[in-house]
Design a protein. Structure first.
Length: 327
């Protein structure tokens, strides 16, 4: 799954006692912006492909195929790194417990997102998933001990209004499936908050490798209960989902080493545009006026939250993840 990138979270600087991690490459905003836009193309393509496959196989099996591709990429990267003898092993984590929690949260987000794809248009579920900053705001208080001001709470509330405009509860247009991406966004936000706690302890490749392993193990335990033997085309499509989404997330990681989060966040919303275009081209879905208005409200909320983060002058770290869904 991955509607991603609604908001990337700046993380606190690591204490000197933590191991040294790769430094930010420098302030190259144009390169960072280009990479973020490219990443949204990959991630939207992954979501559209997943929607196609969820019409044929269960969401659990689609997620398993995706994570199989994800794990394969990370294992190859680990072998290459070991062969070149560059740095510590990506399998060794300073915070293994938190890595497992993060991996579980990402799997939960992926499964709920894929379940929603069965019934909802790609653009709509992508837009709804951008509600994750609201949950990040709420979770950062008890988990990270942050103080959230009235203006950030107001922005979160406005974002929630945008979601309500899209799903329209209490009307004939409401679908219970619309609740799935909302809960998916909650799991994604939990993963982001845990990422903030891991920051400075483990390198980005270590975090991605652990996510791939944890997700693959969980889904391997679940998939026998829903297993339908896929044909070669379905296997190829499932592998493509894993490769495309992994590439998208890796590009995001590189992008945030070139420019601050507050600079790049506005361009992450281009994912909704790509999702709408792909939904129209491959599934014939046309966004309605309610969705257009809701997207504008959600984007406005996210942009203001990004502005508040910039005002706090917290630097963006290497390898952070965008809020909006792994998947």
């Amino acid at each position: 799954m991955t509607p991603v990138a609604s908001l990337t979270l700046p993380l606190a600087a690591a204490p000197s006692a933590r191991p040294a991690l790769p430094a930010v490459l420098g302030d190259q905003p144009l390169r960072g912006i280009a990479l973020v836009v490219i990443s949204t193309v990959f991630l939207s393509s992954s979501d559209a492909t997943a929607k196609f496959l969820t019409g044929q196989l269960s969401g659990i099996e689609v997620a398993w195929l995706r994570y199989t591709g994800f794990l394969a990429v990370m294992l190859v990267a680990a072998l290459v790194r070991a062969r070149l003898k560059r740095g510590a092993s990506p399998f060794r984590s300073a915070r293994p417990g938190l890595q497992v929690v993060r991996g579980v949260a990402l799997v939960g987000s992926a499964l709920l997102f894929l379940a929603g794809l069965r019934s909802l248009p790609v653009a709509e579920i992508t837009a709804i998933a951008f509600v994750s900053p609201i949950f990040v705001t709420a979770l950062s208080i008890p988990v990270l001990g942050e103080k959230v001001g009235a203006r950030r709470w107001a922005a979160a509330f406005v974002g929630l209004i945008g979601v309500l405009i899209i799903v329209r509860p209490g009307t004939s247009a409401f679908q219970t499936a619309a609740l799935l991406p909302i809960v998916s966004a909650l799991f994604w936000a939990a993963a982001l908050v845990v990422t903030r706690k891991i920051n400075g302890y483990d390198a980005p490749q270590t975090t991605m490798t652990w996510s791939a392993i944890v997700g693959f193990l969980i889904l391997s335990a679940l998939v026998p209960f829903v297993w339908e033997t896929p044909n070669l085309t379905q296997v190829a499509v499932g592998a493509a989902i894993g490769l495309i989404s992994t590439a998208g997330h890796w590009i995001v990681t590189i992008a945030y080493r070139h420019a601050p989060a507050s600079t790049l966040v506005p361009f992450s919303y281009s994912q909704i545009i790509w999702a709408g275009l792909l939904g129209f081209l491959f599934f014939g879905t046309v966004p309605n006026a309610y969705m257009g208005l809701g997207v504008l409200v959600i984007c406005g909320s996210g942009l203001y939250t990004a502005h508040r983060e910039r005002m706090r002058r917290v630097p963006a770290p290497t390898g952070v993840l965008p809020a909006g869904g792994v998947r």
